[in-house]
Design a protein around this ligand. Structure first.
Ligand SMILES: *Cc1c(COP(=O)(O)O)cnc(C)c1O
Length: 283
């Protein structure tokens, strides 16, 4: 039996229903978070819900409960579904109202969520992934983890159609990020990633990697790089909650290149695993 979060209630999935005029359904007017659960424990949950509150504030949405309550409800949802390894997905829409572009700042938002079992993608972490480089066609507020993901889903579809696991996006030759992951390159021992501006989603995993790099004296700079820099990189990897760190072994699409899985990528993978407190599965 799958249990879901609906408002402040944990209910059976088949008892949940969404209004035809929920603004999330009509406009994609809402936000979300995905948290990984390792051995029954959510990782970095406070950081995820801090970002959830920031996304809400940027869209002028009012949280219906305190963050503390939302976190408690999320834990209840994980427990109700007896998740050992998996993800919990929490979203908030601006709720139901007669369809109109004009939103009401005071409207009562609807929080829903589900949890599901999922094993960490060990294959991708060990052997790396192929990626497809394509134009970033998204809007200019990519810093908000919003439900509007058409640019992302179109890019992901294109990547899959070319046998690739993830899309890498660029704006007129400047690399931004993946469709649901952040992008890093290493050149001459220095780690580069796009700064946390409106053009990327500032991943929690990305932030952990930057902290680890600073702690471990890996040279790091939050500086945008070009698609040519990407091709000439010594190592490339992507990061996200569900992937952790996945080495990139190939780029195809707008430019083409291949990469070895390098020592700095392996080192950061190992340190991130330690932070998660999972036994390492990597060589
Ligand atoms: C969620 C997301 C990421 C990764 O963020 P994490 O907090 O590390 O999971 C990167 N890019 C986009 C577009 C995302 O939606």
């Amino acid at each position: 039996m799958q249990y879901v979060l609906y408002g402040d209630q944990i209910i059976k999935r088949d008892q949940a229903s969404i209004d035809m005029e929920d603004r999330g359904y009509n406009f994609g007017d809402g936000i979300y978070e995905v948290v990984y659960i390792y051995g029954g424990k959510p990782f970095s949950m406070e950081e995820h819900f801090k970002r959830f509150a920031e996304s809400a504030a940027k869209l002028e949405m009012k949280l219906p409960y305190t963050l503390e309550t939302i976190i408690d409800l999320t834990v209840k949802l994980i427990d109700a579904n007896k998740i050992h390894n998996g993800i919990v997905y929490i979203q908030m829409t601006r709720g139901a109202s007669p369809r109109n572009h004009l939103f009401d700042r005071e409207s009562s938002c609807l929080i829903t969520g589900f949890a599901r079992k999922m094993d960490p993608p060990v294959q991708a972490q060990e052997n790396g992934v192929k990626t497809y480089l394509t134009e970033d066609i998204r809007w200019l507020r990519c810093d908000i983890k919003s439900l509007n993901l058409l640019g992302n889903t179109m890019a992901k579809r294109k990547a899959a159609d070319h046998g690739c696991h993830e899309a890498l996006q660029h704006r007129e030759g400047t690399c931004t990020e993946g469709s649901s992951s952040n992008l890093f390159i290493i050149k001459n021992g220095t780690l580069y990633t796009h700064p946390a501006t409106n053009l990327i989603l500032n991943g929690i995993t990305r932030q952990h990697i930057l902290t680890i790099a600073n702690e471990e004296n890996v040279d790091v700079t939050e500086q945008a790089f070009t698609t040519d820099d990407l091709l000439e990189a010594d190592e490339v990897f992507i990061s996200s909650t569900t992937m952790e760190i996945a080495p990139v072994i190939a780029v195809t699409g707008d430019k083409k290149g291949t990469y070895p899985i390098g020592p700095i990528t392996r080192f950061l993978q190992k340190k991130l695993k330690e932070k998660i407190n999972q036994p390492t599965v990597l060589n």
